[in-house]
Design a protein around this ligand. Structure first.
Ligand code: NDP
Length: 499
């Protein structure tokens, strides 16, 4: 059996009651959503079940805060200072935030702490960009013309986030929208709203004025649908499944809102015979089982050169057996719980489907009964072919599919033969091989001799059905702006009538 750490019951933990944040006030809402910890099986949080009316009030507050100010009219330096204060307060409350993400999502506590460190860095990076947002000027248009291109905050932004990286993903969106001068309505997943609500407290304390950040809890169909259709919303920034992303875009089309989408992935790692296999094997295990595979960037498809496939698969299985699965609160745990029992069933369905289609289970393949919560054993499927669902669809669980190739062209064809294009990895000691794959694979990020590294400076996003637009990087603030041209005339104007 896989190495495991049995969860300890949360007998002394009193479920935390949260409120929503609308126009600077904490409000209860009409009903209650209870969150059962996926790794411990007991209720840990209660949030208000937001309604359409709550969503309309939040959007009205954001609209007023944008139209009347002061947030969009502050200097970049003033907004930057508030974002820096927020970063310091997030750092000061990092243990509390990481604990909430761990008990609500089931991710390991050591990993959640790492994500908080990454989030603090993003808030600081966005604060720096707030002072550098600028347009262009054209002094080359002739004696009588000066052109100035302004960047203006786009307005009210709806931010909708998923459950797999609750604090990290809101941090990839909100500080950049705020840096640009936008006002926002934020909806975290109904499964993991706690840390985003604590962020609301932090932002008020940091000096963000009432109405600039409103945080709604509740379900997507009830609250999210208003956020994506309301005429007073100017832009939607969404991270989640490709299906709901498609719906979001269709909703936005009614009033032609700008849309930014970060969606699913089915990310290949292509491995050549000259690769450093020791390094790769570790990256393969990390890429597949980090966050229990509930990760848009998961390296869920290995495309191995035939000559090394058997050896590499055996070594990955050997290492994967040692990965500690279990109690998310134990500092030694590397793979935590699966988000819901229904999701665990869905993952099991993919494994069963692949076996029926001719793949072999080289490791795991079943749920792990650890007494409390729901867990899945790290799984490896070998003999997978491109036509199988497990090779084309996002499993969002700890399931690694192994495919093989013989020529570079074939590897590229297999890598690109799916609807997604979020990220990819290539392993070779040959510079030409890495660059050829880097150029030909259609994905927003290509890692070379590493996997799932990142930095606030590096843009992130997908090709094709993995999304639209990019987050992070130096252009991230510009995404939340409109472009305005000031076309200025100098001196006497040539009269149209007399021309
Ligand atoms: P979902 O698409 O189900 O949900 C994402 C968010 O959208 C949630 O807040 C959800 O609310 C909300 N939502 C659901 N229905 C609607 C609707 N009709 N209108 C507006 N909002 C709605 O994704 P999951 O939460 O299940 O997250 C997992 C998915 O996210 C995976 O497929 C993964 O690939 C993708 N993802 C992509 C990332 C990327 O950057 N590319 C990063 C992380 C995840 P609620 O659930 O509360 O009802």
């Amino acid at each position: 059996m896989t190495a495991h750490v049995k969860p300890k019951a949360l007998t002394d933990y009193k479920p935390r009651d949260f409120r929503m944040l609308i126009d600077g006030a904490w409000t209860k809402g009409a009903g209650v959503i209870e969150r059962v910890a996926p790794g411990h099986g007991s209720v840990v949080s209660r949030y208000p079940a937001g309604t359409r009316a709550d969503a309309e009030r939040a959007i009205a507050a954001a609209r007023k805060a944008f139209d009347d100010g002061p947030w969009p009219n502050m200097t970049g330096a003033e907004r930057s200072n508030i974002l820096l204060r927020a970063a310091d307060l997030i750092a000061a409350r990092a243990d509390e935030l990481a604990f909430l993400d761990t008990i609500e999502s089931g991710k390991p506590i050591s990993q959640a702490k790492g994500e908080l460190g990454g989030a603090v860095d993003i808030w600081r990076y966005a604060a720096a960009l707030a002072r550098d947002l600028h347009g262009e000027s054209y002094n080359t248009l002739g004696e009588g013309t000066l052109g100035v291109v302004l960047r203006e905050a786009i307005g009210v932004v709806s931010i909708i986030t998923p459950w797999n990286f609750p604090f990290l993903i809101v941090s990839q969106k909100l500080p950049f929208a705020l840096a640009a001068g936008c006002t926002t309505v934020v909806k975290p997943s109904e499964l993991t709203s706690g840390s985003t609500l604590v962020l609301g407290e932090i932002l008020l304390e940091a000096g963000v004025p009432a109405g600039v950040v409103n945080i709604l809890t509740g379900t997507g169909p009830e609250v999210g649908s208003v956020m994506t259709t309301h005429p007073d919303v100017d832009m939607i920034s969404f991270t989640g499944s490709t299906g709901v992303g498609r719906l979001t875009m269709a909703n936005a089309a009614q009033t032609l809102k700008k849309v930014s989408l970060e969606l699913g992935g089915k990310n290949p790692q292509i491995v050549f015979p000259d690769a450093n296999l020791d390094e790769f094997v570790d990256a393969a295990v990390f890429g597949a089982y980090f966050n229990a595979g509930e990760c848009c960037n998961a390296g869920s498809r290995l495309i191995l050169h035939k000559s090394i496939a058997a050896d590499a698969t055996a070594r990955i299985a050997e290492l994967a057996r040692k990965v500690k699965v279990g109690d998310p609160l134990d500092p030694a745990t590397q793979v935590g719980a699966i988000i819901t029992p229904q999701h665990l069933e869905k993952i099991g369905g993919y494994v069963a489907g692949a076996s029926q289609a001719g793949a072999s289970v080289a490791l795991g393949g079943e749920a792990l009964d650890l007494g409390l919560g729901q867990f899945m054993a790290p799984t490896i499927l070998s003999g997978v072919t491109s036509d199988m669902a497990v090779a084309r669809e996002e499993v969002f669980g700890p399931v690694l599919s192994v495919l093989t190739f013989e020529t570079t062209e074939e590897a590229i064809r297999i890598a690109n033969a799916i609807d997604y294009g979020l990220s990819a990895g290539v392993w070779s000691r040959d510079f030409d091989t890495c660059l050829t794959i880097g150029r030909k694979v259609r994905a927003g990020t290509v890692w070379m001799n590493t996997f799932m590294d990142g930095a606030s400076e590096l843009p992130f996003g997908g090709y094709r059905q993995s999304g639209l637009g990019r987050e992070l990087g130096r252009h991230a603030v510009e995404d939340y702006t409109e472009t305005k041209t000031l076309n200025m005339h100098i001196g006497a104007r040539t009269n149209w009538w007399a021309r």
